[in-house]
Design a binder for this molecule. Sequence first.
Ligand code: BJ8
Length: 423
Amino acid sequence: MADYTQMWTDLGLNHDNHNALLDNLGQAYQSIFMTQENRPEGMSYFDFVMSEAHGLRIQELREEQEAGRKIIGSFCVFVPEEIILAAGCTAVGLCAGADFAQEEVEKVLPRNTCSLIKSFFGFKLGKVCPYMEVSDMIVGENTCDGKKKSFEVFKEMVPNFYQMDLPQTKTPMARHMLKQEFKSFVEKLEEMTGKRITIEDLKQGIATVNAKRQALRRLSMLRAADPAPISGLDALLINQIAFLDNPIRFTEKVNAICDELELLIKETKGAKKAKAPRVLISGCPMAIPNWKLPSIIESTGAVIVGEESCIGERGQRNLTDDSADSLEGLMNAIVDRYLKIDCAVFTPNQERVNHIKEMSQQYNADGVIHYGLQFCQPYIMESFSVEKELEKQNISVLRLETDYSQEDMGQLSTRVEAFVEII
Ligand code: BJ8
């Protein structure tokens, strides 16, 4: 890796903390990803992106800034990338997948807050996330109570914070509200950039994001093969990188690895053995670098064949209709697309259970592991009805609750091994 010390200093990172984080991450990556057998060659690009996630990619973002682009950081798939690109800005997902500076975090947040929220506070307080520090604006969205109340504290720490309100139902009134919110977001970006978004800009933004989602969808579908041509860990990594990388380059690389996977499928070559137990993961998002549960699952010899998650199919599966020829029409299409996201903060949320059933069938899963982050009420509450409905269809379910610590590794492994044996 080149020397990025000056860049990190300019961004105000804390060197000691940041070096400690990079060391830990590097070791975890080596032991989790680089020890896998039968990895597709196309993974070398994604390994490279990861190795340069705090280096070259940040340098690129700073070069974009120098050329006049604004960088918009966010925590949720409800923040529309189409609109950000149309405004001539770049979207990045912010770090929220590892514990950091927990003692400091617990001075400002209750202990029983989910790990994802504590994580982004820790990255801010420990000054270790270059994506957060390079962002010209950070968007926080009112989804669960944990996020929206924690943003009241978080916005005191970041000068450039923008709060987006979101509905919790899908009624016509809720749709109207989301549309108003997205319109306000357009106005905010136009004010920041001093430029009006045109129909062409929005069509281009939609085309870029649709192409990215189509490539990820293609990758998902290829995992239906037996043997699965790519491990769940590698597929998750690609989905995580979708939030960091340049979208056009990323799309090309995902399509390239899909070409390779198609050949592997023809030759019945897989990342795991044929007839390996096939697991679908469903639940809370696994933000980078949260690889704990997938690595436990795949170390049993099982293969993860899909993620019903925002970093996975829930976040990426629907395309935005780009056929309208007015800004109003395109905005309507964007609202319709985003209202299809079946996050557990919505009530009722039958679409999510239906989608889990669909995914289990489509990817020939032998069982579903429901992953809930401790203290995440929306997903943990919903996990009971998910389990009931899946069991009616004879789909085996294991409900797990965990956090980002390593303390429950032994207990989780025991439960996952027992589950994999029976499916
Ligand atoms: S659209 S899933 S990315 S909100 S884990 S912070 S829900 S207490 S992350 Fe999410 Fe958007 Fe929904 Fe997707 Fe709260 Fe639960 Fe924590 Fe969560």
